[in-house]
Design a protein around this ligand. Structure first.
Ligand code: ZN
Length: 337
């Protein structure tokens, strides 16, 4: 895996000072733009035993082979259980895999950090996403960042980097990775076989790696949902019933993008996320109050924080759609924050 084409210049400028890199780097930027691939490529370049003149991994040496197989003894990856490879135990247990990086995981790499490397070269710890470190895990990591072990590089990847502990943030050198220019992203999506790269990129808010995941089913279900909430005879409880098997987070995401577009359309006449519904959005927006629409959108953003574990998915959805219905009827009052 290499860094994506839109990050090549950033990648090369880091490789130019490969021998003088700080012991902790924080790759930060929005989700779905290729930060993880960037950090992985950097990890490979640091561990490769026969890098090319530009410092890039050769892809052929023993170290590169191990990285390919995920078995390099001088490389560790810290990520939430939920992101790791599916485990056999999963089927036997009802327990949901953790979304956090736990303190035990950080402690478990202590031995790795404190011994010399197997290959006599660098050691690399990749932490992804770093905002998943819970408070105890972050504090445990901090000790390593404060007293860096020799020749060990920490590569942190974060989408919501502002959520990191200030002390962790301040001990890393930040590498701010931008989203790709739209034209470049669309070309890349076209190469991946997408029929409507422009629409997919808009729907993903400019993040090509999110855009590439939308499949036929996604577009069909999103279309059904948007048609249901755009119609003049919108029925909140009826839609909640029809959508009862859908992921609450997905529905909330659609409604959040929709409400952004309603407000954006009122102000600018354009939409950002749903260009295929632009005329419908303009028509719905015409009947709305701008301030209420903005407040509703902010309410959707707040709801994102509780959506990963709604106690009752059906109630959550009903509340969401009833609130939207209140917006349409111009009696929206945000519930307690
Ligand atoms: Zn190599």
């Amino acid at each position: 895996m290499m860094a994506y084409p839109w990050h090549q210049a950033h990648f090369e400028s880091l490789l130019e000072r490969k021998q003088r890199l700080p012991h902790a780097l924080l790759m930060r930027g929005t989700q779905g733009i290729g930060k993880l691939a960037f950090a992985e490529a950097l990890g490979r370049a640091l561990l490769c035993e026969r890098p090319d003149a530009g410092g890039r991994a050769c892809g052929r040496c023993t170290a590169c082979g191990w990285m390919e197989q995920g078995s390099h003894p001088d490389f560790r990856r810290l990520e939430p259980e939920a992101l790791a490879e599916p485990r056999e135990a999963e089927q036997e247990s009802d327990k949901k895999p953790s979304q956090e990086i736990k303190v035990e995981q950080v402690r478990a790499i202590a031995g790795f950090i404190n011994v010399t490397s197997h290959r006599g070269g660098a050691k690399v710890v990749l932490i992804h996403p770093a905002e998943a470190l819970n408070i105890n895990a972050a504090n445990a990591l901090l000790k390593n960042l404060e007293e860096p072990p020799p020749r060990t590089t920490f590569l942190l990847v974060a989408h919501r980097w502002h959520q990191l502990l200030p002390t962790v943030k301040s001990r890393c050198q930040h590498v701010a990775l931008p989203p790709p220019p739209a034209g470049m992203a669309q070309d890349w999506l076209g190469q991946q076989g997408l029929r409507e790269p422009g629409l997919a990129l808009a729907q993903a808010g400019g993040a090509p790696l999110l855009a590439v995941r939308f499949d036929e089913e996604y577009w069909r279900e999103r279309g059904q949902f948007l048609k249901a909430i755009a119609g003049p005879e919108f029925d909140a409880l009826g839609v909640a019933e029809r959508m009862r098997d859908q992921e609450p987070a997905l529905l909330l995401g659609w409604l959040q993008k929709w409400s952004f577009d309603l407000a954006f359309s009122k102000v600018t006449g354009a939409v950002r996320y749903n260009p295929d519904f632009a005329p419908t959005i303009a028509a719905v927006a015409a009947g709305l109050d701008l301030l209420e629409t903005l407040r509703f959108h902010r309410y959707m953003v707040r709801m994102q924080r509780s959506v990963s574990h709604p106690l009752n998915a059906r109630l959550f959805l009903e509340q969401l759609l009833l609130t939207y219905s209140a917006l349409l009827n111009r009696r929206f009052e945000p519930l307690a924050a």
